[in-house]
Design a protein around this ligand. Structure first.
Ligand code: NI
Length: 265
């Protein structure tokens, strides 16, 4: 009954050496995470990393996987991508399509290519019924326009960085809003205010490990138990206890990833 980290990248080489030990440690209650970690979803960024995330889910009972093409990897999309992703989604531990979206800060792929691949991923979600995990960096308006083209698709805006007003619009359309360590940063600017405007039943926490460690671990390699700090910050903003926030965000995550239906897959 611990913390649910909705977004991590344990396939990252930075975890290659000590993942087994780390996984064991995170599960246990500790000073900085008194409830321990219950569940982690690892997020694919292209076909090979999506596959790695599924392999990790096979190795670690508390790991699940999302599969998809990240906007920074949009140029890797080809005619084999969709069949490969469709096949991976049949895996019993595949819970979402992600991460997908638009990244205008790092334009590895031109914007037109990013948009085309994002639409392919949204169409795949519409076809298969899976929730999507959106990466939106400096592309709030265009992301919002594209999700509006697919009104039957919902999911998670990950490491949320847009306004409170946009968060309210997304919630109205059925989306969940996930906060990373960024919400704890001293220069978080409008982010705490945006978090305050998300109703409790749509809030999620994540690490984006190995990136975006919350205070006081900022700059260190992130790990799922650190997300307790993020939950504590959200709890403070909503006037509840950190433990309550961990419980609420865990139940929200189980709902958005449809854990109850998954047993039948
Ligand atoms: Ni990520």
């Amino acid at each position: 009954m611990g913390l649910f980290d909705t977004h991590a990248h344990y396939d990252d080489p930075r975890f290659a050496e000590d993942l087994a030990t780390l996984a064991e440690e995170m599960r246990q209650p500790s000073l900085h995470c008194p409830m321990g970690v219950e569940t982690v979803v690892n997020i694919g960024c292209d076909v090979p990393t999506s596959r790695l995330c599924l392999e990790l889910a096979e190795q670690y009972p508390f790991f699940y996987a999302a599969v998809g093409i990240h906007p920074q990897d949009a140029h890797t999309f080809n005619e084999e991508s969709l069949p490969a992703l469709r096949e991976m989604l049949r895996h019993p531990k595949a819970v979402a399509i992600g991460e997908v979206g638009l990244d205008y800060k790092y334009e590895n792929a031109p914007r037109d290519v990013q948009k085309a691949v994002f639409r392919e991923m949204m169409a795949l979600a519409e076809e298969t019924g899976y929730p999507v995990i959106i990466h939106d960096r400096d592309a709030h308006g265009d992301c919002f326009d594209i999700i509006r083209e697919f009104p039957r698709v919902t999911g998670i805006f990950h490491s949320y960085s847009a306004s409170g007003e946009m968060a309210r619009q997304l919630v109205k359309r059925g989306w969940y809003i996930s906060f990373s360590g960024s919400v704890t940063f001293k220069n978080a600017r409008g982010l705490p205010e945006a978090a305050r405007q998300v109703p409790l039943e749509r809030l999620l926490v994540e690490t984006d490990a190995p990136y975006l460690s919350p205070e006081p671990f900022r700059g260190k390699r992130n790990r799922s138990d650190y997300a307790f700090m993020t939950a504590a910050k959200l709890a403070e903003l909503h006037g509840i206890s950190p433990e309550e926030m961990v419980n609420i965000t865990r139940e929200n995550a189980r709902r958005v990833f449809r854990f109850d239906e998954m047993l039948q897959k």
